[in-house]
Ligand binder design. Structure first.
Ligand code: AMP
Length: 508
């Protein structure tokens, strides 16, 4: 992570205010390098993939350089897909939220022309779109670039792969000579280099390099999951992993608090760790983790810097890191003091290319993390219930409760199984989900490799990009990593009288 704060980068105050309301703590490495270059008016060539924070890396400085009171298009972003165009438009809307009368317009193929033309007539300072449709509007004269100050090519290698490069060049040729240009691409194939040489002369080059570092004693796992099911996946991981203490990494301060609240509601002893806490509060949180008052910490990269707690057996990367350096730092929070550690990374379909990148950086393969099937999970929950039950069979109050229940059974002509069943139903009514009665729902499976995309003409272009297939190995079952020996599945199994973590996650 960068040492500079957003405030030190020289962004427009309104943009800075918006960044601070989203809760970003510090600029990611690509942001720390790109923002000053773009603010000074240079062209920029960025080698970066999704997840590095590249959208803010160009959006924040470019928004800081335009005249927000002029409603003509001043920033144009070309993106390979409708999804990315919408995502980038949303990001711009967030970062420009403190400007008045500001409009960001996404424009992509497959949507009616009319609402797009209406939006263009009304005026929008930022237009984000796919190349084909953008070119259509330029040719029709419905989009004019006279006031354009900056053009961004986002995921340029994807646009090439999808057969859009001619459209991109045609648009580039129509942009004003003095317009600032930025090109972001995960890889630099020769055609993209050529575009850069022609249209981005003397560009500042930004790439996030990092040395290969081995992560000894840490087994690395990856679980591809849809973004909206990340919480369900995490809940299950925490249920089946025999962890002692665990650190969960997220991107924003707000997310540390939000996720900690959700996990706490699920019965975990958890605390957030972020830059909003003062030094004393942070030390207290780490102390609580060391002394087992808390078992889980949800942290940002900055707040967890240098954290050294030997009982951390698991690092869970709930959000992908910004770069390999951050990843290596994160996973290094486990496997301390010569112990073994386990790192689990959740990736959404769009982030799957991180796999290869991280394998290369750490020089070790990622294994596929396998969540138990619903049937296995139900069985585990039953075993856990049994363990808890047996623990109470040695309780001091057992003799008294047995005498009372014997009397009740005799008076009502019930056998003991019926009495026990009625008691269990009572427990379930008081704390829904505490009995393993239902079979949990299966989480949808996401493939580890990105599906081939269709190009505009409906064909399937050959996927010449090296996907994460490489070292993606099916590992041993995801669970069963390092952890305190002799503990029952789940946490502890102590007859503490505390109820076990709630198990109704599957229905949430
Ligand atoms: P991108 O690489 O642009 O797709 O960004 C990936 C994610 O990182 C998005 O969800 C952003 O909201 C988030 N993000 C970008 N910059 C930062 C930052 N400095 N701090 C925290 N989160 C960020």
């Amino acid at each position: 992570m960068s040492e500079l704060s957003f405030a030190e980068l020289g962004l427009d105050p309104a943009v800075l205010e918006a960044v601070s309301s989203v809760g970003y703590e510090t600029p990611s490495p690509i942001q720390a390098q790109s923002i000053p270059a773009l603010l000074s008016g240079n062209h920029l060539l960025g080698v970066a993939q999704t997840g590095t924070g590249k959208t803010a890396a160009f959006a924040l400085p470019l928004l800081s350089r335009i005249d927000a009171s002029v409603t003509d298009p001043q920033i144009l972003v070309l993106a390979p897909t409708r999804e990315l165009a919408i995502q980038v438009a949303e990001a711009f809307t967030t970062y420009a939220s403190k400007f008045r009368n500001f409009h960001v317009l996404p424009i992509y193929g497959g949507q009616d022309f009319y609402p797009q033309i209406k939006g263009l007539r009304r005026g929008a300072q930022v237009i984000v779109g796919t190349p084909g449709r953008m070119l259509d509007h330029l040719r029709k004269g419905t989009l004019k670039l006279d006031s354009l100050k900056a053009l961004v090519l986002d995921e340029a290698d994807e646009m090439l792969r999808m057969g859009f490069i001619d459209d991109v060049e045609a648009i580039l040729a129509k942009t004003p000579e003095n317009c600032q240009r930025a090109l972001f691409s995960a890889t630099m194939p020769p055609q993209i280099k050529k575009v850069a040489q022609t249209y981005l002369r003397n560009a500042t080059e930004v790439r996030i390099e990092s040395e290969t570092r081995t992560v000894e004693r840490i087994s690395q796992f990856v679980l591809p999951v849809y973004a909206e099911r990340k919480l369900d996946a995490l809940t299950r991981i925490l249920e089946v992993e025999p962890f002692d203490a665990s650190i969960i990494f997220v991107r924003t301060k707000a997310e540390t608090t939000l996720l900690a609240e959700k996990l706490s509601a699920r019965g975990h002893a958890v605390a957030p760790l972020n830059g909003d806490l003062n030094q004393r509060q942070r030390e207290q949180t780490v102390e609580d983790l060391k002394r087992s008052k808390k078992d889980i910490i949800v942290a940002t990269d900055v707040a967890a810097r240098g954290l050294d707690v030997p009982r951390i057996t698991h690092v869970i990367n709930y959000d992908v890191p910004y770069d390999t350096e951050a990843y290596i730092h994160r996973v290094g929070r486990t496997g301390r003091a010569g112990r073994e550690g386990k790192a689990i990374l959740l990736v959404t379909p769009r982030e799957r290319s991180w796999l290869r990148t991280l394998e290369r950086a750490t020089n070790s393969p990622m294994q596929a993390y396998e969540l138990p099937s619903p049937v296995e999970l139900k069985k585990m929950r039953e075993q856990q219930f049994e363990t808890q039950l047996l623990a109470f069979a040695e309780d001091k109050k057992l003799a008294k409760t047995m005498a009372l229940l014997d009397e009740i059974a005799e008076r009502n002509e019930m056998d003991m199984a019926m009495v026990a069943g009625a008691l269990a139903c009572w427990m379930e009514a008081a704390q829904p989900g505490s009995l393993p009665l239902e079979q949990p729902e299966a989480l949808p499976v996401v493939s580890a490799t990105p599906p081939p995309r269709r190009d505009r003409k409906g064909g399937r272009p050959g996927d010449n990009r090296k996907g994460p297939k490489g070292g993606f190995k099916k590992g041993p079952k995801g669970r069963g990593g390092p952890g305190p020996k002799g503990k029952p599945p789940g946490k502890g199994g102590k007859p503490s009288g505390k109820r076990p973590p709630r198990q109704a996650d599957a229905k949430r």
